[in-house]
Design a binder for this molecule. Structure first.
Ligand SMILES: Nc1nc2c(c(=O)[nH]1)N[C@H]1C(S)=C(S)[C@@H](COP(=O)(O)O)O[C@H]1N2
Ligand SMILES: [Mo]
Length: 420
């Protein structure tokens, strides 16, 4: 641990000037005539809120800024739109459902469990229709996974656009799902599970959001999920049942899951042809780009989360993830990618889930060009924006996993920039 981080008890008791200069902020407060320490406060003088007033707890009013936000000019209507997770204000890795980004093509629908049906048909021995209660009777599993829209960071291809990590990287959430492996339902229906087959999955909403998934993935780790973070899915995340397709683009995570058809080739739906493909320089389309490659971003400091405490101890914090498995290492640069140091991982070993990283440093007040670079278990390392543009041209929308740069000035204000 850095010398400067050790709380100095001796100096604290003496109330010497060395405390203010050398220890973390706060230790100095005791020597001041701080009314929060010396005077009796309201909250200690009167009784608080009774348990009958909070049947379901909401964040305290002082946290009311920690909410999903949308970018109005991005889409024509809020019905077919997106809002963003406030990742600048969260820590750890689990995203509370209430502020986890939403993306839908025809609005979120209200579907009662009693009215819920899931059909499996196509190349199966016996087509089946499951009720919600039927699904609950299959052996279930719990797994934490990230869900990232392939369009996350898509506005940044052309240049540094949006001044906030919520908007540049907030089309992602990370939850603990409870669900039934899709392979169990396919087996129940006697599906043809030969490796050249596909499943076509669709939702009960007007858009239906149909997608083709190769059989190998369907049999691997796909979940038919009905709980997230321990409670029922929220309406906007597909209540009562959604598909969880670990590591693969969010569009395939069909919400309000209504039908699974076993087919002998990909359906080539709108969502996998006109959308969720990228046109390359030579005019060909980069297609079937299912896996979300390794990516990371510093969430604090960042434009919405400036440094407000001045010089001294500073915690740099961020998120890293890979659709290929585990994050093995994250490096952080303070000089725009010239020199790098290895960050401390909050917890290691999670597969296809968010990993939190930290760099605990002493800030001397000098401006910084902050970057982070994720590495995953395949040995892949997150590319720079230049490297990505070289490979993908200028016409891409989806799968922008490049290294992000924040310029932090001497006042601690952070800004979205590009370095070259
Ligand atoms: N039925 C249905 N499923 C859907 C969609 C939709 O519009 N309808 N949107 C998809 C897209 S593009 C994404 S990125 C994810 C977003 O999941 P979320 O709203 O839980 O964040 O859901 C996918 N599943
Ligand atoms: Mo998406």
């Amino acid at each position: 641990m850095d010398e400067m981080f050790k709380p100095s008890r001796r100096a604290f008791l003496k109330g010497s000037a060395a405390v203010a200069a050398g220890s973390v902020a706060g230790a100095a407060a005791a020597q001041n005539a701080d009314p929060l320490i010396t005077e009796l406060q309201d909250w200690a003088s009167y009784t608080g809120v009774g348990v009958d007033e909070t049947p379901y707890g909401m964040p305290i009013e002082y946290e009311s800024h920690v909410v999903r936000r949308n970018v109005e000019w991005l889409t024509a209507s809020p019905i077919s739109s997106i809002n963003f997770t406030p990742i600048h204000a969260l820590d750890g890795t689990i995203t509370p459902q209430g502020c986890a980004f939403e993306r839908h093509h025809s609005g979120a629908i209200e579907l009662r469990k009693e009215d819920y049906r899931l059909m499996i048909n196509g190349l199966v021995d016996k087509p089946l229709v499951f009720s919600y209660a039927d699904i609950e009777r299959f052996p279930r599993e719990n797994h934490v996974y990230f869900c990232e829209c392939a369009a996350n960071t898509g506005m940044e291809w052309a240049g540094a656009q949006l001044n906030g990590v919520q908007f540049t990287h907030g089309m992602i959430h990370n939850m603990e799902y409870t669900g039934v492996p899709l392979r169990a339902l396919l087996k129940e229906a006697g599906a043809d599970i030969s490796s050249d087959k596909w499943v076509y999955v669709e939702g009960a909403d007007a858009s239906s959001n149909g997608r083709s998934i190769p059989m190998e993935k369907a049999l691997d780790d796909v979940l038919v999920a009905f709980k997230a973070n321990g409670e029922a899915l929220r309406m906007e995340h597909g209540y009562p049942v959604r598909l969880v397709v670990p590591g693969w683009e969010g569009n395939m995570w069909v919400k309000w899951l209504r039908r699974i058809e076993v087919v002998d080739r990909a359906v080539e739906s709108r969502e996998e042809t006109s959308k969720y493909t990228d046109v390359l320089e030579d005019g060909t389309a980069r297609k079937w780009t299912w896996v979300m490659d390794a990516k990371s971003v510093i969430t604090s400091p960042s434009p919405q989360q400036p440094i407000t405490h001045g010089k001294g101890p500073l915690v740099i914090s961020g998120l890293a993830w890979s659709g290929h498995g585990q994050i093995t290492r994250v490096d952080v640069s303070k000089d725009g990618g010239i020199t790098w140091e290895t960050a401390r991982l909050g917890k290691q070993g999670d597969i296809k889930a968010l990993t939190r990283f930290y760099v605990d440093m002493m800030w001397d007040g000098a401006p910084m060009l902050l970057q982070s670079r994720a590495m995953d278990e395949t040995g892949y390392s997150q590319p720079t924006k230049e490297q990505l543009r070289e490979k993908r041209g200028e016409n891409s929308v989806y799968h922008n996993n490049c290294i992000q740069t924040w310029y932090v000035n001497a006042e601690g204000i952070a800004e979205n920039v590009e370095v070259s």
